[in-house]
Design a protein around this ligand. Sequence first.
Ligand SMILES: *Cc1c(COP(=O)(O)O)cnc(C)c1O
Length: 230
Amino acid sequence: MSIAENIAQVRANIAAAAQAAGRNPGDILLVGASKMNDAAACREAIAAGIDALGENRVQEMTAKLAENAYAGAPLHFIGHLQRNKVRQVVGKAGLIQSVGSPELLDEIEKAAARLELTQDILLEVNIGEEAAKSGFPPAELFRGAQAALEREHLRVLGLMTIPPADASREENLRYFDKVRALFIDINEKLFHNSLRYLSMGMSGDYEDAIRAGATMVRVGTAIFGSRHYV
Ligand SMILES: *Cc1c(COP(=O)(O)O)cnc(C)c1O
């Protein structure tokens, strides 16, 4: 199967899941998680109409930017972001999805101010409260969102989450529901219902995420094939 065929299949699955949930498929953005796939694969996905591409590693993103891999589609940063690499991402990625600590908010604010631009971000929620994972724990999300609102060069567009990898399907659905509830809550209380993006769901669970209200799914393997780690 080609990348274009895979994208068509994922789009069809998204449409079916949306319709089954009484939702408009057009309200769901498909982000291709292109880590470990080269510039040619990125261009193929863009030619096939992917809504955005998401990268995980700063070094890989920088190399592929130099190859013009993302021309014609928005670029998102979706991976763990170290504070000392923030300056390489701000202004390069149109949306940073993985902002999960007050320190990272500060660092991105500083870099965006220096460039005199507004950086769009999503707040990442560590819904499973995993020690090894980044993201705001649910209890700290409200304060994190307030802190982001106070930063002049940040614009929060929504939330992102990655549930624990070992969750059962039932547990996974409960995590999605919890993040959706947090989204509705902070959207109403802090953002005048202006937040648009609820980014959740990957190759194995994007249909469930759509049933739970996702408006953005990040799909890698189902589009690009399995990754070959070296
Ligand atoms: C790799 C990755 C994805 C996509 O994962 P697949 O299971 O290959 O679809 C989504 N989100 C993030 C943050 C990722 O790192």
